[in-house]
Ligand binder design. Structure first.
Ligand SMILES: [Zn+2]
Length: 383
């Protein structure tokens, strides 16, 4: 009894072309009922469901949105900005089965139980006779590299609808943008240029992640890195933003931030950012000679403080406070913790550190902490 209780990846179900109406690549609300009925048919009427959807589903269901909202009102469905993390959390805590066609490759590191319990994952399919059946999804063990790569690609797609492997998209990532919409609340916070990643329209144009209007290109970016912001406890990513040389970025919470407002990305439901101050931290990449730069952080007198954990080569050292009055220099693998709850680190993505196509550009690196002298690399011989 109760052993067939399951959490359903509702967005994945509704979008699936493997459910009637077969082949239709648009969300269909009815598909949820079909999958639930098939599960009960196979595993007994006493099975119970947890329903989790992405917030975005609500906006794409058309007239059926009302059914979604009815369930949301009664608490029978929950929606979050990215459902995967919530689905896996519920499954892990409740020992539930998972109904999905997603292999969650990008979550394998955070949820090691996935590979230990492949029998708990079930995918749907529709037979030639039109009968929908649930069968083992076929979770297989993935290498750490596969997992890491899946995370990078998926997070970029999620946060920006941009694909780093796509040439046109890469050009968008390497361009500096401005939102021309004077009534765009976030544009006003962005100091004349967009600090977050742009989104991409169905036509392939760069659009404002906030108001969705077309952006104005300001030219190529300088050398840049990408900062990953995650929930410290669950390791779930909250967002990513580009950090460009000589363009300091403030991270905080709330509309008054002249910078990255984390509240925009947590949908008001998460408490992870509650301990983050309005203006919490400034991050900066400064040029330190022709071929080098420095990464630094400055706590902006935040209420709950910032700590840094230095990468020792094999592990992270003990957390030490980041002072509010002086800039703290960081190594590429050090990580910052805001208010004991939010983690900031550089992403390992390499292509973003090569900002232009200038052929003779020197390879660049971040100066490790403790290294005071500015290191210049010898120029490469041209040609
Ligand atoms: Zn805008």
């Amino acid at each position: 009894m109760g052993s067939w209780n399951a959490v359903i990846d509702v967005s994945n179900v509704c979008w699936s072309p493997y459910l009637p109406p077969l082949g239709q690549r648009a969300p269909v609300w009815e598909r949820l009922a079909i999958v639930m009925a098939a599960w009960l048919e196979q595993h007994g009427d006493d099975a119970r469901f947890e329903l989790v959807a992405d917030d975005s589903l609500e906006r794409v269901l058309g007239p059926d949105t009302r059914y979604f909202l009815d369930l949301k009102r009664t608490g029978e469905i929950r929606s979050v900005s990215v459902a995967d993390g919530e689905i896996l959390r519920l499954a892990a805590e409740g020992g539930l089965h998972v109904i999905t066609r997603d292999h969650y490759t990008d979550y394998r590191a955070a949820h090691r139980w996935i590979e230990r319990s492949p029998e708990r994952f079930h995918a749907w399919d529709t037979g030639v006779d039109g009968t929908v059946r649930l069968a083992p999804l076929g979770i297989r063990t993935r290498s750490a590299q596969d997992v890491s790569q899946a995370r990078e690609v998926k997070v970029l797609r999620w946060s920006a609808k941009l694909d780093a492997r796509n040439q046109a998209h890469r050009k968008i990532l390497q361009t500096r943008w401005r939102c021309p919409n004077v009534s765009c609340r976030q544009a006003a916070q962005w100091q004349g240029q967009l600090l977050a990643w742009p989104r991409i329209s169905p036509e392939g144009a760069a659009i404002c992640p906030s108001c969705r209007r077309p952006l104005v290109a300001l030219g190529p970016r300088s050398a840049l890195h990408e900062v990953v912001v995650a929930d410290l406890e669950s390791q779930a990513e909250i967002m990513r933003f580009p950090l460009e040389v000589d363009c300091p970025v403030i991270v905080g919470r709330g509309a008054a931030v002249k910078g990255i407002d984390l509240a925009m990305y947590t949908n008001g439901e998460r408490s992870a950012i509650d301990t983050v101050s309005r203006q919490h931290l400034m991050m900066r990449l400064t040029s330190a000679g022709d071929a080098n730069w420095r990464l630094s952080a400055l706590d902006l007198n935040s209420t709950n403080g910032t700590t840094v954990e230095r990468w020792t080569g094999s592990d992270f050292g003990q957390a030490r406070p980041v002072p509010a009055d002086t800039e703290t220099y960081l190594g590429t693998r050090d990580r910052l913790i805001l208010g004991d709850a939010v983690l900031l680190r550089l992403s390992g993505k390499r292509y973003l550190a090569e900002p232009t196509t200038m052929q003779n550009e020197q390879p660049k690196r971040v100066i490790p902490p403790g290294e005071t002298a500015v290191v210049r690399r010898p120029p490469l011989s041209a040609g």
